[in-house]
Design a protein around this ligand. Structure first.
Ligand SMILES: Nc1nc2c(ncn2[C@@H]2O[C@H](COP(=O)(O)OP(=O)(O)OP(=O)(O)O)[C@@H](O)[C@H]2O)c(=O)[nH]1
Ligand SMILES: [Mg+2]
Length: 393
């Protein structure tokens, strides 16, 4: 079970279903952001004028569309912005607006997020937080009002970051806090550093993790080193790619589950009920092919190493099943029965079906989010933990 004692009052009061309906129908607040031009001028190069608010013209159109869904995916710092980039390169997230927030102007200039916000301009002049989470935090404080405006009127805010250095570790928890204060449900997805990055980054990351968890309704932790330990041969680049893959799948998969289940048979409020007090959660995606595709997919989901956490006491699960319209009710039952048999009998269970006719007849995908699991990473004392304890015990 997650330790609910560390939830602050903001967290407990953050019942989005109780937000008054006039505020829910309110359009997104006016755009806030840092234009590429401002970024460029900070980098002292010239550029033609671009819109102050959007990174390209398509954004206005996309914004119109997402007004109904009010989901934001925010990448904070280098790793977070890279994750947003990779998501966009793969076609974006249906129903969500992407935002990159960084202290590093050069990095921000090269990200493809629909909106960008350079934080801590006064403090760092766009040079990054230099591994110092205090600077990352102070940068977010400097631009608190802009951050508040970005998230205001939004139902769900995803925050993606790599923990261990300055911006992600220092700013992401503060951004999460602001989003919760604005009544948003906050789902954070973060990576922990590789062992090779050293003990100091690990400690920084563990400290940041506690802070991020405190201000997130749901948190998904991607254990970088664990991923590479399980892969036989890998280069440093492969290792980052592998971690990126998990980070992206978590953000995209979770948005899919939320948006798709909401479309089919479930009120978004039920989905939110699961995510609201989840604390640590895990996400797993499985694919099945051929005659036994349903059981194969669900078994792939349940044997995924990301589910190393104890799920038997989980209080809720969200499931999205994706196949073409030939899927049968027997297959649906096989999948849902298998998952419910693994979580607590009284757990909230919500599933949705996405029909995708571009999929092959014999293919099927299952994405599962299991809420409120025991996470070993949140129980570590950052001052006493060694790299050995973290990854090799
Ligand atoms: N998966 C993945 N992880 C990364 C990537 N870049 C960095 N990381 C991880 O994320 C941690 C934080 O790195 P960054 O996101 O670059 O740092 P930052 O938040 O921008 O902080 P400053 O640069 O100090 O302002 C690192 O310690 C790595 O473990 C990436 O491209 N992919
Ligand atoms: Mg950086």
């Amino acid at each position: 079970m997650s330790d609910n004692s560390n939830l602050n009052p903001i967290h407990l009061n953050n019942d989005v279903s109780q937000v008054d309906s006039s505020s829910l129908s309110r359009p997104l607040s006016p755009d806030v952001g840092t234009s590429d031009e401002e970024l460029l001028s900070l980098l002292q190069t010239s550029s033609s004028r671009t819109s102050k608010y959007d990174t390209n013209n398509a954004n206005a159109e996309i914004l119109e569309y997402v007004r109904d869904d009010r989901i934001l995916a925010i990448g904070v710092g280098g790793a977070g912005s890279n994750a947003i980039n990779n998501i966009i390169e793969r076609g974006g997230i249906g129903g969500a607006t992407t935002i990159a927030i960084n202290t590093d102007a050069r990095h921000l200039l090269n990200t493809k997020a629909e909106k960008k916000l350079l934080i801590g301009k006064e403090l760092t002049r766009g040079t990054g937080a230099g591994n110092d989470p205090n600077i990352g935090h102070a940068a977010a404080v400097e631009n608190e009002e802009e951050i508040r405006e970005l998230v205001r009127g939004t139902d769900l805010v995803f925050i993606a970051c790599g923990l261990g250095k300055g911006t992600g570790t220092g700013a992401a928890p503060y951004i999460a806090k602001i989003a919760q204060e604005e009544g948003c449900l906050v789902i954070s997805v973060c990576t922990l550093p590789f062992a090779s990055e050293g003990e100091s980054k690990m400690r920084t990351a563990l400290r940041g993790l506690q802070e991020l968890n405190r201000h997130s309704n749901t948190i998904i932790i991607v254990p970088n080193e664990k991923l590479v330990l399980e892969a036989a041969d890998f280069s440093v680049l492969d290792a980052f790619e592998m971690a990126d893959e998990v980070l992206i799948n978590a953000v995209v998969g979770l948005t899919d589950v939320i948006v798709e289940t909401a479309k089919i048979n479930v009120d978004l409020a039920d989905t939110k009920k699961i995510l609201r007090n989840s604390g640590p959660a895990v996400i797993s995606i499985g694919k099945g092919k051929g005659e036994n595709r349903a059981l194969d997919a669900v078994n792939a989901v349940l044997t995924n190493s990301m589910l190393e956490a104890d799920i038997s006491k989980s209080t809720g699960a969200l499931v999205n099943i994706k196949a073409n319209k030939k899927i049968t009710t027997m297959e649906l039952e096989a999948i849902t029965n298998e998952i419910t048999s693994r979580i607590a009998p009284d757990a909230l269970f919500i599933w949705g079906l996405s029909i995708d006719d571009t999929m092959a007849d014999d293919e099927l995908f299952v994405t599962v989010v299991i809420a409120e699991v025991d996470s070993p990473y949140l129980e570590l004392e950052e001052d006493e933990t060694t790299i050995e304890d973290l990854w090799y015990n």
